[in-house]
Structures are given as structure tokens and as C-alpha cells.
Ligand binder design. Sequence first.
Ligand SMILES: [Zn+2]
Length: 320
Amino acid sequence: MALAGFMRRLNSREYKNWIKAGQCLTMLQSRMQGFINSEMQSFHRQLASKMTATPRQRKRCQCRAKGKQFQPNCPICAEWKENILAHHNNRNGEIHWGNCDPSLWPTHYWEVAKVYLPRGHAQSKGPQQCDAAAFLNLINTCDRFKVSNISRIREVIKCRNDLMHNSDMKVSSSWLADFGQKMHELISEFTHVPGLEQEGYKMQEVLLSDWSVEDVGLYEVDGHVKPAYDPSIVVKMKGSVVDTPNLSLCEVEIQLIQQLLQELYLQIEEQGTLSKEDQDNISKVKDFLSEYEDLQSVFQEDLERLDLLQKDNVTLNVES
Ligand SMILES: [Zn+2]
């Protein structure tokens, strides 16, 4: 009964809460993208203007960073590293140098920005490829951003981690209310970002919105319910759904599950082994995706990857 599963999922109060909070983070990301982009371009120009070491030739150097390590092999990278660190709020803590290619620092502003991002951003080519968490971490670690109360940023980072390290994909209504308040406080720090305040009002609407999926009008094709991301299903929902520009609610849902999976993969990759908690998380996410036929078809590759992770771990345990 694929249809019944789809309805059960999207009618569950705590799952709806999880989606609504995620939708607000998506809205924050899309509204802050332009601001982050222009800030990081100016920041790059500012750093570049201070450099004294000049490249002898136009060729890129051979310096490369790996993981949390970077030892420059040329004077240019050494000077860039020093200046990047001078603007880092946590210069004695963990820095994910492996996110960036230092040989591109003089010419690519985003390679500089990536030093201030959390792990897992090596492939990102610009702010459009980052989620809200990346922006919040950037604001938290780069002193280019002047914030009167930095704890307001950190509180939303914590909320985002609650959501994305949550293999149950459920949050209570009191958690959601608290999140709404923290998001409101965060936005009050960025009233100068064009359109963000208005987006904040829209987020309040999202948090107060409600919907119910009814079976009237939903249909199955060849015995399969149409994939959840199909926008034709969204219009069959009753109640108030606040759509984000260009994204239906079901597309937001798919995006959020993808982000949760990426977090899980990154964590496992970084540790190099599966903790008991990872194993539980993998089982929970697998059970969740397998429970719903529409999600199974979207996340087929991930289900196989999760299966492999579990099997590899079983083999490792037997061998050790
Ligand atoms: Zn170099």
C-alpha cells in the first residue's frame, strides 16, 4: 500500500515539523546566497591587496592541502595562509584545509572562503552549492562578518545539526517553536541582507502552516504510487502549504533526506569506521526509506550504499 505509506508519512505531525524546519533553512540559504557571494568576493580583494609576495610566473604552485593539514611549500601560499588565519575566529581549532586548493587562492575567491567552511566542501564551486549550515559556519568563523551576538548564529547551527543528525526525522512542536524563535533572532542580525527580513515573515508562515494529504485525487500508475517529488501530488494536499520559490514541498522533503544522508556518509568517512551509533542510524534510515515505496524509488542508490556500509562493517567485525 504505497499510497497509504505516503499519506501516513506526510500526515505525521513530527515528520511535518522536521520538514518545516528544513524548509526554513532552505529559504535562509537561498536568500543569503547573493550576500555571501559578494561579501566573500570583497574579502578576497581585501586579502589580495595586502599580499607582498608576488608569483614569479603565472603557473600555479604545487602546494596541496589534505584533511586538517596544510604545510605551504611556497612563499605565496605561506602568506595567504597567514592572512586567512588572521581572520579566522577559531584559528587554534580544527580547520578543514582539505576543502580548498591553496594554489588557487590568488585567483579564486571561493577557494579562500572554503577554509572557513566545515568538512565536506572540497567540491563546492560557489555559494550556490552550499547549504545553510555552510553559510552559518562561514559567518561564525570568518571575522569579515560583524555580528553583535554570535551565539544567535551558533544556536541555529545547533538546531540544524539536531535536524540533520536525526535519523528519526522527527521533531516535537515545542522544538519547532524554539527553532522559530532562534531563526527570528538570527535574522535580526542580518536586516541589511536584501529581502531576508521579508523571508523571515514567510518562514513564520511556514512554521505555522499545516496540511493533510487525502487520498482523493492521488492515483497509482501501474500499481506504483507516483514519486513524491511529482508536483501534481502537492496540489492534492489540503491545508496551507507555503512553497519555496521553484521548490514544491515534496522536493524540499527529498532535498532534506539527501542532506541527512550526506551528513551520515561524511561522518562515517571521517571516522573510517562505524560506531554503534552509526550502525543504529544506518538501520533507522534504511528502514525509513524502505517503508515507503515512493522514497525507495528515489533513494535506490542510497539504499544500496547503506546496505554495503552495513555489510562491510559486518565483515570487518568478523575479521577482527
Ligand atoms: Zn603554494
